[in-house]
Design a protein around this ligand. Structure first.
Ligand SMILES: NC(=O)c1ccc[n+]([C@@H]2O[C@H](COP(=O)([O-])OP(=O)(O)OC[C@H]3O[C@@H](n4cnc5c(N)ncnc54)[C@H](O)[C@@H]3O)[C@@H](O)[C@H]2O)c1
Length: 167
């Protein structure tokens, strides 16, 4: 049975992705560092919803810890795919502490890409989905829009007079 690695498994999107994979009969290894960017009890609650499900395993792990993640890749090989949903999300805190964002979103992602390059015979396939939203307009419905490419994202941004930002 194909085994999937989902990072950020205790997060909003990652936990849903785990559930969808499990419902589809797949085996899932979830990792998350359970940081306190927001109340970790919510993350624990999400994990509890998954913990009883057959074929789900969770390990508390930080994707910036290359050696630990490498050991996981060795233990869990062969993996069918890695879905990287571990992230520092949220716009305002990124200004207060950009280093935390850089470490996870850049160094952590690079760790995973490098391990995928080494462990997957077929290498890494890029799946880009850029989501953008309108920020800063009070008393108006915030309607997210989806850009299919960086170019489309730039067009949204330029045509909106700089009001549309990457989410
Ligand atoms: N929530 C949305 O509506 C939405 C929409 C589009 C895209 N996204 C993207 O999906 C991704 C996940 O977003 P989310 O809303 O689920 O955020 P989230 O904060 O709920 O989940 C992220 C998870 O990653 C974990 N994490 C953070 N740093 C880590 C690290 N170094 N090692 C291991 N785990 C770590 C956190 O503990 C958290 O559980 C982000 O890239 C976000 O930009 C989210």
């Amino acid at each position: 049975m194909p085994r999937y690695l989902v990072t950020g498994a205790a997060g909003f999107i990652g936990s849903k992705v785990c559930r969808l994979l499990l419902d589809a009969g797949q085996e899932v290894v979830g990792i998350d560092n359970l940081n306190s960017a927001y109340d970790p009890r919510l993350k624990q609650w999400r994990l509890r919803q998954l913990s009883g499900v057959a074929n789900f395993r969770f390990e508390p792990l930080d994707i910036t810890d290359l050696e630990a993640v490498e050991r996981l890749f060795e233990r869990e090989a062969p993996l069918a795919a890695v879905l990287n949903l571990a992230a520092r999300a949220g716009v305002r805190p990124s200004v207060a502490n950009p280093w935390a964002y850089f470490q996870t979103n850049t160094d952590g992602t690079l760790n995973l890409l490098e391990l995928c390059r080494r462990f997957f015979r077929g290498g890494v396939r890029r799946q880009r989905s850029v989501r953008v939203g309108v920020f800063g307009e009070r008393n108006r419905v915030m309607r997210p829009v989806q850009a299919r490419s960086r170019r489309e994202h730039e067009l949204f941004y330029n045509r909106s007079g700089g009001r549309v930002r990457a989410d």
